[in-house]
Design a protein around this ligand. Structure first.
Ligand SMILES: Cc1cc2nc3c(=O)[nH]c(=O)nc-3n(C[C@H](O)[C@H](O)[C@H](O)COP(=O)(O)O)c2cc1C
Length: 314
């Protein structure tokens, strides 16, 4: 018996549901010595902005119990250098390339990025990273504006709706866990025309060096990722799955096949591997192999049968 691993995300057909997460896989080439990149379901590139960004001052990362903090600050070469220097190499791998975008200057930058990427056949889909600061809804009074688009359903709707108007590419909206109710944001993204939601981005955290009494990260607070956030991510995938009809891409602390499976049972159609890539660059390949093995062993002939199949009494 051979198990079917293929899934659809909007118009995107993935041969398997294992994606590598934005910001944790470089532009692919860094991992070519470790894994056969062609085996991946899809690659999400590091978030780009219209103009190049240097990112935040160091130190920008530190280890924490069962995870890491990062405050890279969206360092990226900008749209033009990305499409000229990075995209051709990514496209050559032969797996769908999902380009992650963010804006430093409101809705219009998101729209410009999406309009440019829409013309490129190397771009399989666009992931809208609304978990970055300085992007706010114009219609919300300044005093009431939350710091992230992804913390406000109205702002989320406005951004996704504006992008939807300028592209027919598959749109994935990446949600932040730093909210009271993530389902409100997922519903807003779906209503605005997003083809899928991906979650979770990092959780805001802080770590202090007791010897120096200084924060371990120059920008003081930073994003927590890795196994420490997995139970929160699984819970949020489960909550969102029950409220939207579009596919959910789950991530947050997936390290191996067992942790990947939790996400499918909670409702994910596909999963993304992030921090695990730094610890084990072969993690994604091992999980693809492990999923197939699990399905065969348990006589499940299609991974889709697992999606949302967690057993909850009453
Ligand atoms: C060093 C680092 C850089 C990241 N950069 C981005 C980024 O540019 N865009 C983005 O949407 N998410 C970024 N993320 C978040 C990951 O894509 C992922 O959502 C998060 O880390 C949770 O998954 P994980 O626990 O498997 O890492 C980054 C994470 C890390 C650790």
């Amino acid at each position: 018996m051979k198990a079917k691993l293929s899934v659809n995300i909007g118009k995107l057909k993935l041969k398997n549901p294992v994606i590598v997460a934005s910001g944790t896989f470089g532009y692919g080439e860094e991992f070519a010595d470790f894994i056969d990149l062609k085996k991946l379901g899809a690659i999400v590139s590091k978030t780009i902005t219209l103009r190049p960004r240097q990112g935040n001052p160091p130190p920008r990362t530190c280890e924490t119990p069962a995870g890491m903090l990062n405050s890279i600050g969206l360092e990226n070469p900008g749209l033009d250098a990305f499409t000229e220097c990075k995209l051709p190499g990514l496209a050559k791998i032969g797996v769908p390339v999902i380009v992650s975008i963010a804006s430093e200057s409101g809705v219009s930058e998101f729209v410009e990025l999406a309009r440019c990427l829409d013309k490129l056949r190397e771009v399989a889909a666009i992931e809208i990273n609304i978990s970055c600061p300085n992007i706010r809804a114009a219609s919300v009074p300044a005093s009431q504006r939350p710091s992230l688009v992804a913390q406000d359903p109205k702002a989320t709707y406005e951004v996704v709706k504006a992008i939807r108007k300028v592209t027919t590419k598959t749109l994935i909206t990446k949600l932040s866990p730093n909210v009271t109710d993530i389902t409100e944001i997922a519903i807003a993204a779906e209503r605005a025309g997003s083809d899928a939601v991906s979650l979770i981005n990092t959780l805001t955290g802080m770590s202090i060096d007791i010897a120096t009494r200084k924060p371990r990260i120059a920008c003081v607070t930073a994003g927590l990722s890795g196994p420490a956030i997995r139970p929160i991510a699984v819970r949020m995938v489960w909550e969102v799955y029950r409220k939207v009809k579009i596919p959910v891409i789950g991530m947050g602390g997936i390290m191996d096949t067992a942790s990947a499976l939790e996400f499918f049972l909670a409702g994910a159609t596909a999963i993304s591997i992030g921090t695990a890539n730094f610890i084990n660059p072969r993690a994604a390949a091992e999980i693809i192999y492990g999923l197939e093995k699990f399905l065969v062993k348990n006589k499940v002939n299609n991974i889709r049968q697992l999606i949302g199949s967690v057993k909850i009494e009453n």
